[in-house]
Design a protein around this ligand. Sequence first.
Ligand SMILES: *Cc1c(COP(=O)(O)O)cnc(C)c1O
Length: 397
Amino acid sequence: MSDHGFSTRALHSGDTADRSMVTRAKTMPLYETSVFVYDSLEQVDDFLSGNRDNYMYTRLGNPNQRALEQWGASREGGEDALVTASGMAAILAVLASECSAGDRIAAARDIYGGTHSLLAKELARLGIGVDFLSVDDPQGVSRSIAPATKLLLVETCSNPLVRVADIPGLARAAHARGAKLVVDNTFLSPVLFQPLSHGADAVVHSTTKYINGHSDASGGLVVSTGDWISRCRRFTQNSGGHLSPFEAWLTLRGAKTIALRMERHSANAQAIAGWLESRPGVQRVHYPGLPNHPHHDLAARLFPRGSGGMMAFDLAGGLAAADRFMRSLSFIAFAPSLAGVTTTISHPGKTSHRGLSEPELRELGLTQGTIRLSVGLEDVEDIRADLEQALARSAEL
Ligand SMILES: *Cc1c(COP(=O)(O)O)cnc(C)c1O
């Protein structure tokens, strides 16, 4: 398979995980079982001494998890992968497998809210020090990484302003200080960017988003070296953050079409972003595919195939305009998640960034008029028309 294209491998990876068994099913069957039967103590020994082709108990491993892990390792270009119950469980596994009390983690200041809480509220309490820093300038990052820092954790693109991290530069900065770089690649997906080939040491995903893509299953993925993944796996086996067989099965089913989906998400988003810039009442559009985005050149270099489907825009009329806009949409739903097949919007000021005051929002570059848009796979003229009529209504204030 290794000489085939991305789309071919996205469709076929994982499906052969079951071919050695009697049924020879065309696609991966669902193993909705919590436990597996053993014929002899010898088989038990074989499993417990690390043979991953056997299964014992679904918290320790299951064929559906394994199929999705093979897909993830192959598509991100890593030696091995681990799937988990959610993106947060994947991030916890990669951090907890590397850091002990007394170590430090450096993370991007504008990192996903759930990750911020995990670091600031849970890991800090367990004795792992946390430093939040601006990751705009890799040289500055290198200077501010403390000696006890084991990991630098960043996102390929930030939420919701889609600021782009210079992953090759940040990898050099982390390595120069003896730290490893972990990249949350959820917003781009492996179709548009593969952090391991740009110097990252581990990649994490919320598969809840683009990898599954259909907004019907939660899950997480870590891809790295065989050694690091075994330590992540041990942590997840011991802490119970494993992915259920059904969620793994659904996610692999969704993942097959990811190459086609990302192409359409990117093309639709590029068209919508350019069009939104010209609309009255829209103050600013944040999309790295637009020439006026502060990281446009970096995006053009790192994401030659497109910048994905996530963007944000600021309504000049602030909170009242945002409220009126959201109520006026017809098929575009207000749903505070992202990266599904249908177009959705969210309001960062009232959801992900709820705890922040107006000046704090402004400091991050957000306003109460900021709308996050996750551009879906609908016909682009229908997305445009729905946004257009809602913009017109929001301007009637
Ligand atoms: C959603 C998300 C997460 C958390 O993933 P869950 O599957 O909700 O646990 C982490 N990082 C990013 C960038 C996300 O968008």
